[in-house]
Design a protein. Structure first.
Length: 202
């Protein structure tokens, strides 16, 4: 009987020790796994922030570059409304055709007047004419002060857009309006970011 009791006690001790060991190992593995996930997410966020800054800089510079083009500046020499609108539309189409060759075609490309209202945009010379964007989007007001900017907008019901806006200057330095370029943030774009970073970044 004594041997049986000793055996049972030993078995119980082994069971307890095994359980404790399993708990300790499992806890350590879970902690290590969580730490690895946290580090991976943190690194992805760090990379994403820097990529976003580079993209923002590139987009703002692109808009500024297009806004300095002689054809764009010349649009604002038109004084008659219909001629101004037609010239703005034609210039938007010319610019977007060039962007398409570079595989950077904008979904929205518009010229704004000095009040932040749309003169004309790509695709349709009559679409959104006169819409006041300065009152809706602070980035437009900033661009009209002379600072190229990048922003993220929800454009009506067609989804989220990455937007670049830059001032248009006359040769004497007068700001006469702004150029707006926008690209839809598609599911494909989100997937490309996920593939690049390895995680979803909200």
């Amino acid at each position: 009987m004594y041997r049986i009791r000793v055996g049972l006690i030993a078995a119980a001790l082994i069971l307890v020790a095994t359980g404790f060991f399993h708990y300790s190992v499992t806890t350590d593995l879970k902690a290590a796994a969580m730490q690895e996930v946290d580090e991976k997410v943190s690194r992805a966020q760090w990379v994403y922030q820097r990529i976003s800054r580079l993209v923002s800089f590139e987009m703002a510079n692109l808009a500024a570059e297009k806004g300095r083009m002689p054809g764009v500046v010349a649009v604002y020499d038109k004084t008659e409304e219909t001629a101004l609108r037609q010239a703005a539309f034609e210039q938007c189409e010319v610019l977007n055709a060039a962007l398409e060759k570079e595989r950077r075609r904008a979904d929205i490309l518009a010229l704004l007047d000095s009040q932040g209202k749309i003169i004309a945009r790509n695709l349709n010379p009559n679409a959104d004419v006169g819409e006041d964007l300065r009152t809706k989007y602070p980035a437009v007001a900033q661009a009209l002060k002379g600072i190229p900017v990048k922003d993220v907008w929800t454009w009506r019901d067609v989804g989220v857009h990455l937007v670049a806006i830059a001032p248009v200057f006359r040769p004497d330095g007068t700001i006469v309006g702004a150029i707006l370029m926008a690209w839809v943030v598609s599911a494909k774009t989100a997937q490309e970011n996920r593939d690049l970073l390895g995680v979803d970044i909200a």
